[in-house]
Design a protein around this ligand. Structure first.
Ligand SMILES: NC(=O)c1ccc[n+]([C@@H]2O[C@H](COP(=O)([O-])OP(=O)(O)OC[C@H]3O[C@@H](n4cnc5c(N)ncnc54)[C@H](OP(=O)(O)O)[C@@H]3O)[C@@H](O)[C@H]2O)c1
Length: 290
């Protein structure tokens, strides 16, 4: 069989590609700026905003990992149109998000879920919790270099998940029977506050990493000043409302039920990426302090 992975160079896409490659599945990895093809993984250019790029990406694939076109114009109908252009695709695994029914339509994730459910395909919807990997970029970008994460999360707990677990679950759902018509809420093994998570990450990296709770208005202002479009600001504020309300404190056993092993813990992530986090500290003059 052959699988198309959209968003293949993104946080979950990379993990899905790796999980498929390690299972020996022929994989086509699609994004606007494709990576370099290696044995078993063909990288192709595909742009949600340019339907002329879809046919080559879809040619000959049986299953698709679908990361919705959240930044594309007129995106509500794009998932339905892509599926209509892919009548031979039997299986679709869609990356949605925990709390999708309470989030605004700034990203039409609920619409995409509905289109996929009604597509007549063997569909699986993944609704993950907050990624560990969110600590590495976006509004958390300054954390690695400056040791401080500022966000309006209060002291809420979050069931952080490692994207490699999402990759593994997706690869299984894409290639094995028994996952059609299922919606999976995926989380890590424990719910941590940002302060707890950063203390553990900092310990592994031998440096102080701190969380500062930000007021909502200040967070919104910083996102806008940083160039985030209005839809992205609305989306981030809504996500943080859910986080502060405790909705992301959920922990489920779904990753273990599907993969046969417990989800990776923050400790595992912290050990695996200790050098990444340590080097950020060195860039700030950590060597001089030694
Ligand atoms: N972060 C979280 O904690 C979290 C939790 C649950 C769910 N989610 C959901 O995860 C999704 C994002 O997935 P991700 O984090 O794996 O990806 P990501 O890291 O945000 O990267 C986006 C990927 O999509 C590609 N892409 C962007 N625009 C494109 C376009 N117009 N046409 C084709 N490809 C495009 C990008 O590559 P190019 O730029 O090269 O095209 C990249 O490969 C969102 O829908 C978000 O709601 C996130």
């Amino acid at each position: 069989m052959a699988v198309l992975v959209t968003g293949a160079t993104g946080k979950t896409g990379v993990a899905v590609v790796e999980a498929l490659r390690s299972r020996g599945i022929a994989t086509r990895a699609a994004s606007r700026r494709p990576g370099v093809s290696v044995e078993g993984v063909e990288h192709v250019r595909m742009d949600w905003s340019d339907p002329t790029t879809w046919a080559d990406a879809l040619d000959g694939v049986d299953a698709v990992y679908l990361v919705g076109p959240y930044a594309a114009a007129d995106n509500a109908g794009l998932v339905g149109r892509l599926l209509a252009a892919a009548p031979d695709v039997r299986r679709v695994v869609h990356l949605s998000i925990m709390g999708v029914d309470k989030l605004p339509t700034a990203i039409p994730m609920a619409q995409w879920e509905a289109d996929i459910r009604e597509s007549g395909r063997d569909w699986t919807i993944l609704r993950p919790n907050w990624f560990f990997q969110n600590l590495e970029d976006g509004f958390a970008g300054p954390l690695r270099d400056h040791g401080v994460l500022e966000a309006p999360a209060g002291d809420a707990r979050i069931g952080f998940i490692d994207t490699s677990d999402i990759g593994e679950v997706a690869a299984i759902a894409l290639t094995e029977e028994g996952h059609g018509g299922r919606t999976y809420t995926l989380t890590g093994p424990q719910a941590l506050t940002y302060s707890e998570a950063l203390a553990e990450l900092g310990q592994a990296a031998d440096r102080e990493l701190r969380y500062v709770a930000l007021a909502v208005d200040e967070f919104a202002g910083r996102l806008s000043e940083g160039g985030a479009p209005d839809w992205a600001v609305v989306w981030q504020l809504a996500l943080h409302d859910l986080i502060r309300a405790g909705e992301y404190a959920a922990v489920t056993g779904t990753v273990e039920e599907i993969t046969g092993h417990p989800p990776r813990s923050l400790g595992t992530y912290a050990t695996a990426y200790a050098n990444y986090w340590r080097l950020g500290g060195l860039a700030e003059g950590g060597l001089g302090q030694a």
